[in-house]
Design a protein around this ligand. Structure first.
Ligand SMILES: Cc1ncc(COP(=O)(O)O)c(C=O)c1O
Length: 392
């Protein structure tokens, strides 16, 4: 298999797997237990918390430390952020149109529960429209905005969002800013303090860590309402027995991910090779977000005249794994909400597919993918009766 679906999940790094194996055999107790084994488990959890905060440029020890709540992953952290931050603050909630389904779904649910939620549009390049955000922040003085959620980098197009400008606008209007940094982690350096976000979502499994652990980082002093009840763990804000081995593995994964430079170079070499090969060999292929700054490993490309699901299946049959959009939405036949929000032509939305490489990929795999794509796109285009050429 040629695996080009690392934005859906990435494979566990052997060194992390080994670390987890060794710890698993050490008979780790419940970190809340009041005995020596419990204290050892507690110290693993708390050390992991500090290591992750430090690795992501958040404040750790002493007065003014930021807070990390461990969750089961990015989806839970995004839900906790939207529900937990907005519960304590009346007012409108703004989320960008290209957020992950775990943010958009939470916003929909808040709307059903009677909260006023609005969608921030994006430009044709897939960037959050800062002017629109500014207008929305000042629009309705009788109901001010309380929470804004904008992701750091989009999971489908890889387009990097203007996070520091969003944070500055939020500060100017005294609005809380939540940032989903799931896809940014390990690809572009993250500095929570410099970003000036109030809350940030991260997860381990997109950067060769284990599935089932993520977190929400909260700026010092930011209050959040728990969304689960019945335990005192993590100050009661996210109760439930912490998972010491997963916490430790997450910390090791973040530390490994800190050496972004060399990795990003290899990722962009592979992605650019794929992109250039496709553009050179396949007529009228459209690289989505090409003009914008993007994550180094993500390629969103469309082949007008081709059905994205037929294309994904055909590639799968040839041993190439990629996806038609967000993993959480790609089980559905709905076209990508991200490409639609960018107001791309219908045929571009219909033919859009995502490749996301990892450092484990090779040049030979990329070349093989281009070769297979050329054949598959040509044969699917032959089969379709749609007039796919622009203007036709
Ligand atoms: C941008 C973004 N946010 C959140 C998530 C959800 O993370 P998890 O799979 O850890 O629940 C994903 C996963 O696809 C993602 O790409």
């Amino acid at each position: 298999m040629i695996y080009l679906d690392n934005n859906a999940t990435s494979f566990l790094a052997p060194a992390i797997a080994e670390r987890m194996r060794v710890l698993s055999l050490e008979r780790i107790a419940n970190p809340s237990s009041q005995h020596a084994a419990g204290r050892r488990a507690r110290s693993l959890v708390e050390a992991a918390r500090d290591r992750i905060l430090a690795g992501l440029g958040a404040r750790t020890a002493g007065m003014g430390a930021d807070q990390l709540l461990f969750t089961s992953g990015g989806t839970e952290a995004n839900n906790l952020a939207l529900f937990g931050l907005s519960e304590l603050r009346p007012g409108r909630i703004l989320v960008s149109a290209i957020e992950h389904p775990s943010v958009l779904g939470a916003a929909d649910r808040l709307r059903q529960l009677g909260r006023s939620t609005e969608t921030i549009p994006v430009t044709r390049e897939g960037l959050v429209d800062l002017e629109a955000l500014r207008r929305m922040l000042t629009a309705d003085s009788s109901s001010p905005v309380s929470v804004v959620s904008v992701m750091a980098a989009n999971n489908e197009t890889g387009v990097l969002q203007p996070i520091e400008s969003v944070a500055a606008l939020c500060q100017e209007h005294r609005v809380l800013f939540h940032c989903d940094a799931v896809q940014m982690l390990g690809k572009v350096p993250i500095c929570f303090e410099a970003w000036k976000a109030d809350a940030m979502t991260v997860t381990a499994h997109k950067i060769h860590g284990p599935v089932g652990i993520g977190g929400l980082i909260l700026r010092h002093g930011i209050q959040i309402a728990p969304q689960m009840f019945g335990g005192f763990q993590q100050l009661g804000l996210r109760p439930g027995t912490e998972a010491p081995i997963l916490c430790d593995a997450f910390a090791a994964t973040v530390e490994e991910a800190l050496s972004v430079g060399a990795r990003a170079e290899k990722l962009s070499m592979l992605r650019d090779r794929l992109e250039a090969g496709i553009v050179r060999s396949i007529e009228e292929s459209v690289v989505v977000g090409r003009e914008a700054k993007r994550l180094p490993h993500t390629l969103s490309v469309s082949f007008p005249g081709v059905d994205r699901q037929a294309l994904q299946v055909a590639l799968d049959l040839k041993g190439i794994a990629c996806s038609t959009g967000s993993a959480c939405a790609s089980g559905s036949s709905q076209p990508s909400h991200v490409l639609q929000a960018m107001h791309l032509p219908d045929q571009v939305v219909k033919g859009g597919i995502r490749f996301s490489v990892s450092t484990e990929n090779t040049k030979a795999e990329i070349d093989r993918t281009i070769e297979v794509l050329v054949d598959v796109v040509a044969s699917l285009r032959k089969q379709t009766t749609a007039k796919w050429r622009f203007g036709a």
